[in-house]
Structure formats: structure tokens, C-alpha cells
Design a protein around this ligand. Structure first.
Ligand code: FUB
Length: 338
């Protein structure tokens, strides 16, 4: 495996984009905490975001290869946030830049916020309220290079609260009511139960809101054409949504959480359905695995994290990058750990 890309801070959940000819990385900023480790992820108690950039992705990764543009958003700058600035992402449209971020609101419920800036490095001015109709964690934005349409993918199980929205009664934004009974490291299980799906919403033209209610992003098993089963922990969606497009194929990639794989599914529409297609990365040191995939100067790169710098402390992670390759059928070749 390659060495950490950023070494002066703990960073994780890297969302990478090419803006203005450079690679910009929008990661979580991990920090030390006294909070006891638990399966709800309370120890992931991050309070701000930095933005990083680089003009080269080729090894060796010198300590100064990546520029730290400093803090671009703090929890205390966002009126609705109580704590836990988790995995962010960024997008550009209309000549402006947008930072999407999940955090717990004052009632402890994860919502997704948006902040706007004039450049890829911010500073980003947050909207005073979370995006109406948003919930759970790990927003990943995708602007279709062919149509210009923008989408936000999101969701995460256990501490990410996705399982708390299974009811049929919805609020004014079409979001099922939050069910406290499902809070904590829980999810559906048992024979005949399907896995919970990640969510997708089209973004409004100003990129600050959902154009309609978020809907399920269906992921099917290739061998049956049926939804993945809830007990299929090696393949079911857990968190870390990411979308990229290569040719006319849409690739939706994600983490399987407690089985610790990065996997992907393919489809012909950004709204799905998707069919599970295979693994990208085997488990790394640490509990979480979270990534992004980006094309830069004609080559494709996987940004991800592990816990090499902290020697395995799960909430103190470091970002890495590895080149990825596709076979002639467009399948992603698994990343080799050297
Ligand atoms: O960084 C906090 C959480 O850990 C992220 O939101 C998840 O994807 C996992 O990486």
C-alpha cells in the first residue's frame, strides 16, 4: 500500500475532485477524543474541515506534495449543528463551489448541510438550516458530465441512522419519520429481509436543496436480479456512497461497514437500478473504509483511508491514494496491497 498522503493531521473519508486543473481533497478531519469507542461511532467527534490540493498524484508522496488550505468550515459556524462533522463532499456548478456535510443537529439527529464558496478552497458560508428532506450521513455529490444534472447520494447504517427511516408515514418532505427504536448499531436482519438502500436526490439548480424527495438507490444481486439481502454483509450498502461515470457506465461504490470492503455496483442511469459488480479494496487497518474515485489527466485514482499513522486507532485515520485500472469490460480491477 502507498504511504499516507497527508501526515501533519489525521484525515479520513477523502472526497477528491478535479477543479480548475488540480486535485482537491475534501476529507474529514479526525481528532483525539476521550470518548469511549463504541459501535455507534461516538468517538468520531470531528469539529472542522480542511481542504487540500495537489497537482500530482504520482508517487513518491513527499510530505509537501499536498497543500493544506486550512480550515474552511467549523461546527460552531453552523447554527443547526451540535457535533460530529462527518464525511463531506464538494461540487461545482454555476461558477460556485458547494461543500456538503453531515452532522448531528441539536436533537442528535444526523442531517446534511450545504455551504457555498467562491473557490474550491472556500471559505464556505453555511446555509442556516440543513437541506430540507435530508437525513443520515455521507453525502456524495455527482454532477453528470454529459447532462449537467446534479445529484446527492447519502446514507449510513448504525451510527449513521439510516435504519431509523423505515416507516411508511412521512413528513412534508417525503422523509419517513425518525424512529428512535432503531437508533444505535442496528439494521434489519433475517431470512427474506432485503438490505436497506442508500438514498439519492436530484439537486436543485442552485445546488442548495433537493428537487424532490430522496429515493432509494436500488442495488441488485447479479446472480438473481433481486435486491441484496439484509444478511449479505459482504455486499450490502453500509456507508460511504460515491458515484463516478466512465464512458456511459455509472459506478456506485460504497463501504460494506462491518465486513470492511469497498465494493461497487454498475448501472446505466444515475438513479439506478445498480447491479453489484465486485470488490475494489480488501479490509484495511482500522474499522472504517471510505473512499472516492476520480479521473485525473486520463488516469483513474482511488482515494481512501486507513489507520497506519495511529497504528490502528480506528478514529485516527490517514488519507491514501492508489491508481486503479479497469479491464476491457469496464470492471474495476481490485486494488493490490503490496
Ligand atoms: O468519519 C466518520 C464516519 O466514519 C464516516 O461518515 C463514515 O463513512 C466512516 O468513515
Amino acid at each position: 500500500m502507498t504511504p499516507p498522503l497527508i501526515t501533519h493531521l489525521y484525515t479520513a473519508d477523502p472526497s477528491a475532485h478535479v477543479f480548475e486543473g488540480k486535485v482537491y481533497i475534501y476529507p474529514s478531519h479526525d481528532r483525539e477524543t476521550d470518548i469511549q469507542f463504541n459501535d455507534n461511532g461516538d468517538q468520531y467527534d470531528m469539529a472542522d474541515y480542511h481542504v487540500f490540493s495537489t497537482s500530482t498524484l504520482d508517487p513518491p508522496y513527499a510530505a509537501d506534495a499536498v497543500t493544506d488550505h486550512g480550515v474552511v468550515l467549523r461546527a460552531e459556524d453552523v447554527p443547526w449543528v451540535s457535533k460530529q462533522l462527518w464525511a463531506p463532499d464538494a461540487a461545482t456548478k454555476n461558477g460556485k463551489y458547494y461543500l456538503y456535510f453531515p452532522a448531528r443537529d441539536k436533537e442528535g439527529i444526523f442531517r446534511i448541510g450545504v455551504a457555498e464558496g467562491a473557490s474550491p478552497t472556500g471559505p464556505f458560508r453555511p446555509d442556516p438550516e440543513p437541506i430540507a428532506g435530508s437525513f443520515s450521513i455521507d453525502p456524495a455529490s455527482f454532477v453528470d458530465p454529459d447532462t449537467g444534472s446534479a445529484y446527492l447520494y447519502f446514507g449510513g447504517l448504525w451510527g449513521g441512522q439510516l435504519q431509523c427511516y423505515q416507516g411508511t408515514v412521512a413528513d412534508a418532505h417525503g422523509v419517513p419519520l425518525f424512529d428512535k427504536a432503531w437508533e444505535g448499531p442496528k439494521e434489519p436482519s433475517g431470512s427474506g429481509k432485503r438490505a436497506l438502500y442508500p438514498k439519492v436526490a436530484a439537486l436543485t439548480d442552485d445546488m442548495h436543496g433537493f428537487a424532490g424527495a430522496a429515493r432509494d438507490l436500488v442495488i441488485l444481486a447479479p446472480e438473481t436480479g433481486e435486491p441484496l439481502a439484509a444478511d449479505d454483509h459482504d455486499r450490502r450498502f453500509f456507508e460511504a456512497a460515491w458515484m463516478h461515470k466512465r464512458g456511459q457506465t455509472y459506478y456506485f461504490s460504497y463501504s460494506t461497514g462491518d465486513s470492511h470492503y469497498l465494493v461497487y455496483a454498475t448501472g446505466t442511469s444515475p438513479l439506478g437500478p445498480f447491479t453489484y459488480a465486485g470488490r475494489i479494496l480488501e479490509p484495511v487497518l482500522g474499522w472504517t473504509t471510505h473512499h472516492s474515485i476520480v479521473e485525473f489527466r486520463g488516469r483513474w485514482w482511488l482515494f481512501h483511508h486507513d489507520c497506519e499513522m495511529s497504528k490502528g486507532v480506528s478514529h485516527l485515520r490517514n488519507v491514501k491514494v492508489a491508481e486503479i485500472f479497469y479491464d476491457d469490460e469496464g470492471r474495476i480491477l481490485p486494488v493490490k496491497s503490496e
